[in-house]
Design a protein. Structure first.
Length: 70
């Protein structure tokens, strides 16, 4: 899954927009209104959460929260 997460930056890093006669490169954020943006955002958040869970699972924080929650 990590390989998929790394490739998510390709559409974001290679999006250009034409406004009048000028061409602009979008440097931050995702393209609003594109059909695939919501799917990319969901996959990005999934990868982000997986990384966070890996970090928390190495410490006692995740075990403590699970014990208190259940």
């Amino acid at each position: 899954m990590c390989n998929v997460c790394e490739k998510l930056s390709f559409p974001q890093d290679n999006y250009f927009n034409k406004y009048g006669n000028d061409i602009y490169k979008q440097v931050t954020g995702m393209i609003m209104g594109a059909n695939y943006v919501q799917l990319l955002a969901d996959i990005f958040l999934f990868c982000y959460e997986c990384g966070l869970i890996k970090i928390l699972s190495k410490s006692n924080v995740l075990r403590t929260v699970a014990t208190v929650s259940f």
